[in-house]
Design a protein around this ligand. Structure first.
Ligand code: SF4
Length: 294
């Protein structure tokens, strides 16, 4: 059953824009996420989202977005979505909230960044193409090249193979494409073959940026959920996590250094940046040049 709520505001300022794709303001049209990745950090207590997989829609989100954007004079601020829940929840197929939010962003001509795992984004190629005339950046999260493993870890997301196809499609229409290769789960995904396959397929899909984290962060009920799911699919693995990491928040792969080295070498071979892209407003001289072009 769909739950709904009325929000007080929709643009949340980001204190550290340099830290996440240059995003100055984040929008979350939904609360909770039905893609149900077993490692999802948004389940942890600090975010206070009960019943995380039951998505709640913010019914007045689009109205708020229009009003709040209209009051911003600086049109170089990047608006991002996809940090707390995937903007393309299964529910968005019917509600199309994300599509309408992108239409509003295109109307006001703001640069946009989206993080997603969903192929539903291909529905909105027309608006993304329009947005990309100013700036549209999409990061697709891929943690394993193995489709069977991805199905166990990210049950309602498209296969990794399909996610590479999404990136190729987006690249063709001028969207700046990246892979967020995170988390790379210790004992499941932290092996050279996986890193090799992801970077190779990224290069084939024309991806220009990959940002990686060789490990996972775990806390309170997010950890409980993760261990419970591991017990179902990978018997014995949660005990290995307990033995190795205890109650640590940062659970870094024991192979982090080796994998980082391999990752950096591969990316440099393909000309892939390991930094996030971000919007850069055109300089005054570029603006003047474009006036001459008209
Ligand atoms: S898609 Fe993102 S927000 Fe949704 S469950 Fe997976 S990690 Fe969490």
């Amino acid at each position: 059953m769909m739950q709904s709520v009325t929000a007080k505001g929709i643009l949340t300022p980001n204190k550290y824009p340099a830290g996440w794709f240059g995003v100055n303001y984040t929008i979350n049209l939904y609360r909770g996420c039905d893609i149900q990745c077993i490692y999802c950090d948004s389940r942890s207590e600090r975010y206070g989202i009960e019943d995380f997989h039951n998505v709640t829609v913010k019914t007045n989100a689009l109205e708020l977005l229009r009003r709040e954007l209209a009051s911003k004079r600086n049109k170089s601020l990047t608006i991002g979505t996809g940090s707390m829940s995937d903007p393309y929840t299964l529910m968005d197929r019917k509600l199309q909230m994300t599509r309408h939010a992108l239409e509003i962003l295109a109307e006001f001509r703001f640069p946009v960044h989206i993080t997603t795992k969903s192929d539903l984004i291909l529905r909105d190629l027309d608006i993304l193409q329009q947005l990309s005339r100013k700036y549209a950046s999409v990061a697709v999260t891929i943690t394993t090249a193995d489709d069977d493993l991805a199905r166990k870890l990210e049950p309602h997301a498209p296969t990794s193979t399909d996610r590479f196809k999404i990136l190729a499609e987006l690249g063709k229409i001028g969207v700046v494409t990246s892979i967020t290769m995170m988390p790379i789960l210790p004992f499941l995904e932290d092996n050279p073959e996986n890193i090799d396959q992801i970077v190779n397929q990224a290069a084939a899909a024309g991806v220009k940026h990959i940002v990686a984290a060789f490990g996972v962060t775990l806390r309170d009920r997010q950890r409980d959920y993760f261990f419970n799911k591991l017990d179902g699919e990978f018997p014995g693995l949660s005990d290995r996590y307990r033995r190795t990491f205890g109650n640590a928040y940062e659970c870094r792969s024991e192979r982090e250094m080796e994998l980082k080295h391999q990752f950096n070498e591969l990316c440099s071979r393909y000309g892939i940046s390991t930094n996030m892209p971000y919007y850069q407003a055109p300089t005054q001289s570029a603006v003047q040049m474009s006036l001459f072009d008209d």
